[in-house]
Design a protein around this ligand. Structure first.
Ligand code: 13P
Length: 252
């Protein structure tokens, strides 16, 4: 199977103002020539300044959402093209917080992903089960359904990343066992290959997200089919995110 590229991605969620750009500068200084891709998705207000500040570094900047339409009367929303204009290379789509807070369905996520990819962004598409769904032994059914409905046709290793984020692990300090991560990632990989073929489905980066910290990153990155992480809280400080990046580099 083709080796997927490795990606350490940070999702700042609704955290950070201009003062937080100092963390990006520190991260860039700590990783001048990384062997893995590094992406930070700050709040929309910081994308343009962050991408300008990171222009001569290895750190890429992404968005946390975009609209499914290319432009128009959608007050408060941001288009894929605007993200690119501001310097973003990627966009997180279908995060469980958006599925919950904004009632985004997998069909909404698929429409957004199609628009984002067409504009030239990498779509980082999130899937994940709730605690109730896991305890009812429905995890793989839920993930399979979300994958099938959230990913548009024609996804490639170049324009799509899938992030497995069990909802119960996000911001809780609870992490699945590596056996649980392995089971879900193996399942996702099989589905991706079946739908998009060995060359694309086999090489499409598959991230784990949910309470990734410096202390558990080495173990998580040693798991099969884990090509990196989507990190929330521990991406806010360079001192926390940097050892996670180093652990991913060491795992390659
Ligand atoms: P935490 O790393 O804070 O658990 O957040 C994970 C997440 O939701 C990243 O998108």
């Amino acid at each position: 199977m083709t080796q997927a590229r490795k990606l350490a991605a940070g999702n700042w969620k609704m955290n950070g103002n201009r003062a937080a750009l100092a963390e990006l500068e520190a991260l860039a200084r700590a990783h001048p020539d990384p062997s893995v891709d590094i992406l930070i998705c700050p709040p929309a207000t910081l994308i343009q300044t962050a991408s300008a500040a990171m222009a001569d570094t290895a750190i890429q900047i992404g968005g946390q959402d975009c609209h499914a339409k290319e432009s128009g009367a959608h007050t408060g929303d941001i288009s894929a093209d605007m993200l690119i204009d501001a310097g973003a290379t990627s966009v997180i789509l279908g995060h469980s917080e958006r599925r919950e807070d904004h009632e985004e369905s997998s069909e909404d996520v698929r429409a957004k992903a199609r628009t984002a990819q067409a504009a030239g962004l990498v779509a980082i598409i999130c899937v994940g089960e709730s605690l109730d769904q896991r305890e009812a032994n429905n995890t793989l059914d839920i993930i399979g359904g979300q994958l099938a409905a959230s990913l548009p046709d024609g996804c490639t290793a170049a324009n799509t990343v899938v992030a497995y984020e069990p909802i119960w692990a996000i911001g809780t300090g609870k992490v699945p066992t590596t056996a649980q991560i392995d089971e879900v990632h193996d399942f996702i990989r099989t589905r991706l290959i079946r739908r998009f073929g060995e060359a694309e489905g086999g090489a499409l980066p598959l991230l784990y997200g949910g309470s990734v910290k410096p202390g558990n990153a080495v173990e998580i990155f040693a798991t099969d089919n884990v090509d990196g992480a989507l990190v929330g809280g521990a991406s806010l400080k360079a001192g926390d995110f940097s050892p996670i990046i180093s652990a991913l580099e060491a795992s390659t």
